[in-house]
Design a protein around this ligand. Structure first.
Ligand code: CTP
Length: 396
């Protein structure tokens, strides 16, 4: 937490039903340490009242260009004078059109025109409005003008339709804002990662798998994107949505994962093996469901290839990073794996409370020794790992 400490953010809330989610966004940005100042448009105020935003932000809420509360009557300049960014969430099709044309007919549009800080816009509208050629043009023009568009996402909409246009969830928006301020340590780098468990089929309905939520890998993928990398995520079965900006390849078994990794590898600068790959698979997978007989049964297992060791063993491998989850002797086992697999960096963590939690405590092992990182939420740990690995890359 505290990634937005010392940041002053202006949050513009316009008139879309997603305005109710902006209340949660204020809470999350505040929790991350930001000082949030809400500007509510007339339309926004029809959905959520200023009192809600005032209570959540701890700051006065601004709605009116002619508000006499500002000593010099210059709210349109003073509010953004020392702001680090303006975020507009939700942003209606109308406000996007206004930004494109430099309109300044209310406090928010005037602030955006008079600003010298970055503008981040989270569109929220009906699918047909988003797909309309006018909105397509406006979105392209905003990008060309240096505005950052966050989303929209696809999914079920308030109007009952399904499609692209839904505002990103508050958690995703908060992450995107945090990511926006991250140093671009991996700009121009291509990263391939494995994630989640693998599933080794015994028959069409059963299999052997490892316990892995994929949260650490997905957090790391997100952190790599936020650091400016182009990321391919080769993922076993997990219940997580793909981080924005990642190319995701879904696989099930270790053999499929290996094939997808090698297909994605050409041109990669970094390979990170986070997946909990099953070390063994059934020697044969039954074509039909195996019926119980009441007798003991045994399954013959055959070893799976070690994907990470195979990549690190290439003639000119990318910078390879491994993970070692151990239940004891962390230093010995993690460093042992680093050397055995010829890795410049391995991330070790002691699994005490089981996997799948939201926090993680890891130790990094590289040629220079051990580097413990403080226990923190997985996204934060991911950013610390990215910072460390970026410093070890050739040419950095
Ligand atoms: N790994 C891999 N392919 C495998 C097994 C592991 O790519 N078949 C990668 C993991 O993604 C991780 C690292 O190797 O980055 C360490 O995995 P782990 O299973 O802990 O190590 P093993 O070498 O399999 O040792 P053990 O299971 O005996 O602890």
């Amino acid at each position: 937490m505290g990634e937005l400490k010392g940041r002053k953010l202006v949050l513009g809330v316009t008139g879309g039903v997603a305005a109710y989610k902006a209340a949660e966004l204020v809470r999350l940005l505040g929790k991350a340490g930001a000082d949030v100042h809400v500007v509510l448009t007339e339309g926004g105020a029809r959905f959520v009242t200023a009192v809600t935003f005032q209570a959540l932000s701890g700051n006065r809420v601004w709605t009116d260009l002619w508000d006499p509360r500002m000593d010099n009557n210059m709210a349109h300049i003073d509010l953004t004078r020392d702001a680090d960014a303006i975020i507009v969430a939700p942003a209606t099709a109308d406000v996007m059109a206004k930004f494109v044309h430099g309109r300044a007919d209310d406090l928010l549009t005037t602030l955006c025109l008079a600003r010298d800080c970055p503008l981040l816009v989270a569109p929220a509208m009906n699918r047909q409005m988003w797909e309309h050629p006018a909105t397509r043009r406006n979105a392209a023009q905003l990008r060309a003008d240096g505005v950052t568009l966050l989303g929209p996402a696809a999914g079920e909409q308030a109007c009952g339709e399904v499609g692209l246009g839904r505002m990103l969830e508050p958690e995703e928006l908060c992450e995107a804002v945090i990511g926006f301020f991250q140093p671009k340590l991996l700009a121009g780098r291509r990263v391939v990662m494995t994630a989640g468990p693998t599933f080794e089929a015994i028959d069409p309905v059963r299999g052997i798998t490892n316990s892995s939520s994929g949260k650490m890998a997905y957090g790391l993928a997100r952190a790599c994107v936020q650091a400016g990398a182009e990321v391919t995520l080769v993922s076993g079965p997990v219940a997580l949505s793909t981080p924005a900006g990642c190319a995701r390849v879904n696989v099930k078994s270790a053999l499929e994962m290996r094939e997808a990794v090698f297909a994605a590898l050409p041109g990669a600068d970094v390979f990170i093996g986070v997946a909990a790959v099953a070390d063994y698979r059934p020697a044969a997978s039954a074509e039909h469901k195996i019926k119980k007989s009441g007798e003991q049964m045994s399954i013959t297992l055959t070893p799976n290839p070690d994907i990470l060791a195979d990549v690190a063993g290439l003639a000119s491998p990318p910078f390879c990073v491994g993970f070692a989850a151990e239940s004891r002797n962390l230093d010995e086992y993690a460093e042992g794996k680093r050397k055995a697999k010829k890795l410049p960096l391995i991330v070790g963590n002691l699994v005490q409370d089981g996997l799948g939690g939201d926090d993680n405590e890891v130790v990094l092992f590289d040629a220079a020794g051990r580097h413990p990182l403080p226990k923190a939420p997985k996204p934060e740990v991911a950013r610390a790992i990215v910072a460390h690995l970026a410093g070890l890359l050739p040419g950095s």
